[in-house]
Design a protein around this ligand. Structure first.
Ligand code: PLP
Length: 387
């Protein structure tokens, strides 16, 4: 393991803690990303597909009924749920596959836990005619059989990983092994603002479209900046994308919301996980703690390095909500606004339900709806029946 690498640090977090053969691949990726990110043709192509394929820009919807009900701050919803494939994940996979194409890759690999990132990756691979291999823990392939079928329908090859516990971590190890073997023609498409440099920086860049739009939209609608921006945090990509264009606006509170059963930013300590340094939930033996979340996308014992830094510096605030509060928020938003949120996004909504009534009618909250809840309806049905 080598720790030399100065780029990609956020305070003391981030960096790159990987074997030398992988470091070379990451250095090349970082250099290619720097080359293309502001290249006019690259930017134009990214914008073209964001509009014509993803369906951007998506609305910043005023949640009038919810606002009236809570009788406090005005609530706006940033509608990532309306994107093609139903979440913010498509912004990032689209950006990365365009970069992969520029770099001459013929083959995309990715890891997936519950399957959401795998489906997003398989989608753009179908769209751009790229060979696609998704590594998934064997245990996860059994629990998420429909997502496996979805990926296969989109033309991807899903490789069940039997090693270890057959979970996400084992799938990541297999994917990294594949990359070291095949880096000449293969691009590793990472799903969140985590991992070694340049991934956290690159994923933030592609997800920043969320706050680029929301800032323009709120200024058009209200003529001023919001009081706070709220987003759920798993690895932290929808949150960092929602925060990006407000980081230099000190009047805007930035609020990340996590499950109380995976309270990485609330209880984590600095440590290295998956090749980068961040706040990590550790058990009494110093191993990454087993987390559990009713929202599969938030079930991760680490968190993006920039969030770790924003927490430490105090620029952003992070809070936890309970499953009970999340289930309630899921139903409240559905009933008041006719919008069924993803269980992940319902975490941000849950905190908004608590915060809004404590603020004045002059305050404005932007809640990032990272995804739609169709995928979660069956799970919520069973949870409510078993209450
Ligand atoms: C994957 C996912 C998340 C969590 O990932 P982040 O990188 O933290 O954004 C949140 N919401 C939805 C809808 C997701 O699919």
């Amino acid at each position: 393991m080598s720790a030399e690498q100065t780029a990609g640090y956020f305070g003391s977090f981030g960096g790159s803690f990987i074997p030398p053969e992988l470091q070379e691949v990451m250095d090349y990726l970082a250099q290619q990303f720097e080359t293309y990110k502001n290249d006019p043709e690259f930017v134009e192509e990214f914008q073209y597909y964001l509009k014509e394929y993803v369906g951007r820009e998506n609305p910043l919807t005023y949640a009038k009924h919810l606002t009236d009900k809570l009788d406090g701050a005005k609530i706006y919803l940033k509608r990532e749920d309306l994107n093609h494939t139903g979440s913010h994940k498509i912004n990032n996979v689209l950006g990365q596959i365009l970069l992969a194409k520029r770099m001459g890759a013929k083959r995309i690999i990715a890891e997936t836990g519950a399957g959401q990132h795998g489906v997003a990756t398989a989608t753009v691979c179908a769209m751009f005619d790229m060979d696609c291999t998704i590594y998934m823990g064997a245990e996860d392939t059994r629990r998420q059989a429909l997502n496996v079928f979805r990926m296969e329908l989109l033309g991807a090859k899903v490789v069940p990983v039997e090693k270890g516990q057959g979970r996400l971590k084992d799938a990541v190890d297999e994917a990294l092994g594949d990359l070291v073997q095949n880096y000449r023609n293969t691009f590793y498409l990472l799903g969140s603002a985590v991992g070694p440099h340049p991934f956290p920086t690159m994923v933030k860049h592609f997800q920043s479209i969320i706050s680029e739009e929301s800032k323009r939209q709120i200024l058009e609608k209200e003529g001023r900046l919001p009081t706070a921006v709220l987003a759920c945090t798993g690895g932290g990509s929808n949150a960092i994308g929602s925060f990006a264009h407000y980081l230099d606006e000190p009047s805007v509170r930035l609020i990340g919301v996590e499950p109380d059963q995976a309270p990485t930013l609330t209880e984590g300590v600095p440590s290295v996980i998956h090749g980068f340094k961040c706040l990590v939930l550790l058990d009494e033996n110093g191993e990454p703690r087993k987390t559990y979340s009713i929202a599969a996308g938030l079930d991760y014992p680490g968190i993006g390095p920039e969030h770790s830094f924003l927490k430490e510096s105090g620029r952003a605030e992070y809070y936890t909500v309970t499953n009970e509060e999340v289930l309630d928020a899921f139903q409240v938003l559905s009933k008041t606004e006719g919008i069924i949120p993803a269980l992940e996004s319902a975490h941000a909504v849950a905190y908004a339900l608590k915060l809004a009534p404590t603020l004045s009618k002059d305050d404005i909250l932007i809640v990032n709806l990272s995804g739609r809840g169709d995928k979660d309806v069956e799970q919520v049905f069973h949870m409510l029946q078993n209450k």
